[in-house]
Each structure stands twice: as C-alpha cells, then as structure tokens.
Design a protein around this ligand. Structure first.
Ligand code: NAP
Length: 287
C-alpha cells in the first residue's frame, strides 16, 4: 500500500458477527497507530485469490476464521510448528511478501486461564467436551504446555480419536484419551479430571438442552466454557452455584487477538482495552 495507513483484516464466511475489528481498531486508535482493521467476506472458492491479495495489496496481517482455517495452510510460505500440529491457521503475518501462518486460538485459551483464573495447565488433567476446530487447537496447546492428561469427549468418536492421535504422535508425554460423549463415559472418567472445558456450541442458544448433569461437576476445580455470548451459559451457572472457578470464552477471544496483534506489530497491546471493546460491541448487538 502506498498510503501511510497499514491495513489488517479478517477473512471468513460468514464474517458479519466478528468482534475482531472492534478490538483491534480500538487499540490502534488509543495507541495512536496509523493502522486499520476490517472484515472481508471471502467465499471458499475465492480463498486462494484472497490470500494472494495480502501480498498484492500489502496487508500487514490477517486473521482467518471459519471456514478457512484448515484450507489456508496450502497457500502460505511458512507455518509455525504448533499451527502445523493443530492443522489450522488463524493468523497470518506478511513479512515483505512472505506469508507466515500461526495459530493463536490455543495459546489464547492458555493465556486466558493463566491470567484470568491463575491456572497453570502443567500437570493438570483436562476434559474437553467437543472435538471440533476449537477443541483441536486447545487440546494440542494444552499438551504442548505439559498438562498431565486430556480426555476428549465427543458424539462423533472419530474426531476425538484424531485429536488424541496427533497428541500421541507429537507430544507423547501427555496422555490423550478419546471418549464417547455420554453419561456413562463421563461418569467413568470425571473423578480423574481437574478442569472441564466446553468447546461444543451447546449453550449458545436459549433453548439449548443441558450439556451435562450438574452432579458431574462436584469434584472439579474449574469449569471453562469457550462460548462468550451469552456470557454465562447454563453450564457456567451450575458450576458457579457449586462454588467452582469459572470463565467464559471472552478471555480466549481477547488473548487470541492480543497474541495476533503482538505477532504483527511487535507490541504487547493493552488487553483490557480489547476486552472492553468486545463487551461494548456485544452489548450493542444484544439490544
Ligand atoms: P466445530 O468445529 O463446528 O465443532 C463443534 C463441536 O460441537 C463438535 O465437536 C460437535 O460434535 C459438538 N456439538 C455440536 N452440537 C452438539 C450437541 N448437541 N451435543 C454434543 N456435542 C455437540 O466448532 P468450533 O469452531 O470448534 O466452535 C465450537 C464453539 O466454540 C462455538 O460455540 C464457538 O463459538 C466457540 N469458539 C469460541 C472461541 C473463543 O475465542 N472464545 C474460539 C473458537 C470457537 P460432533 O463432532 O459430534 O458434531
């Protein structure tokens, strides 16, 4: 780009509900940086051309969201090892035309539990409900952070098995166990779990059925739901009622953005400004 302003963006489809432009532009403005971040709706058939446009137009950095996080790998010049294990990229840095892929989702989750709940994942045992894209990033990053054990519970067992296989292959010191997501299996393993993480989409809608019987929560240390809208799912309400440590997905969302910001600019951003920008926007969209 020839202008003084440097451009950042997010590619996704649909991309209308993304919070990323609000959190990044708020920090750019408050830090007086000549940067601007915007959302681009990119259809799957246009992904290759859109990635090439990062070079052509000189965008400094881009976030990648659903449904392109896996497909984008083939168009990049370099992929950092953790993103390669995860098999998905959510952040691209443009270094003079060389496109480097990162994944800040898993590390965003880890940073959020460290900063917001003072939880160090090392030596802890986790149960992830769900085995989709978010679970994959979180599970692999937890293994890289030396957690002791991860159970991955999913309706479709093959997806949980696939994540466990990647962990066993790349981080053999962490025990990864795929299980079917049903009450009998949860009952069998729950006493061996410190921290429960909901990575399914159950809880986003008001009429969603109960994900888990609350009796399973009693022996846990903490429950995290990566859903951030609504801010308190039924699962989190029940965990709070039992006096457990809880967090929603706002921390993960904020820190994955903060880590991307740092990759692009070399500056550690003021995370609370990013968090408050998301909260403000969520309130606007709720009214
Ligand atoms: P995804 O790849 O589509 O995976 C969805 C997962 O939810 C799958 O494991 C699926 O099981 C499971 N699931 C869906 N409905 C279910 C039900 N009724 N009962 C049991 N399991 C069910 O989605 P994703 O990208 O991982 O995202 C999952 C959630 O995380 C969404 O709510 C998303 O908003 C949230 N998220 C938050 C952040 C953040 O920064 N806070 C980041 C990413 C995602 P099957 O495999 O059996 O279908």
């Amino acid at each position: 780009m020839s202008s003084e302003i440097q451009l950042f963006g997010i590619f996704g489809y649909p991309v209308i509900h993304t919070m990323s432009p609000y959190m990044h532009n708020e920090v750019f403005e408050q830090m007086n940086l000549p940067y601007f971040y915007t959302a681009f709706e990119v259809l799957p058939q246009n992904l290759a051309k859109s990635i090439e446009s990062i070079r052509v137009l000189g965008l400094k950095g881009v976030n990648i969201t659903i449904p392109h996080k896996e497909a984008v790998l083939q168009y990049l010049d370099e992929i950092i090892p953790s993103a390669r294990f995860i098999g998905a990229v959510n952040t691209i840095k443009n270094e003079d035309g060389k496109l480097i892929g990162y994944n800040t989702d898993g590390l965003g989750f880890i940073t959020a539990i460290r900063e917001d709940l003072s939880i160090d994942p090392a030596e802890k045992s986790f149960l992830l409900l769900g085995a989709g894209g978010a679970a994959r990033a979180i599970a692999i990053q937890l293994a890289l952070e030396k957690c002791r054990k991860i159970y991955i519970a999913n309706r479709t067992l093959s997806k949980a098995e696939n994540i466990a296989y990647i962990i066993k292959k790349n981080v053999p010191l962490c025990e990864a166990n795929p299980v079917l997501f049903n009450p009998a299996e949860i009952s069998r393993i729950i006493k061996d779990v410190d921290i429960l993480v909901n990575t399914t989409s159950v809880g986003m809608k008001k009429d969603d059925s109960k994900l888990l019987d609350s009796e399973f929560l009693s022996s846990l240390y903490a429950v995290i739901d990566i859903i951030y809208n609504p801010p308190e799912t039924l699962l989190l309400k029940e965990a709070s009622r039992k006096g457990l440590k809880t967090a929603n997905g706002l921390g993960m969302l904020t820190f994955q953005g903060a880590l991307a910001f740092e990759i692009w600019t070399g500056i550690k951003p003021p995370v609370n400004i990013m968090r408050n920008a998301i909260i403000k926007q969520l309130k606007k969209t709720d009214t």
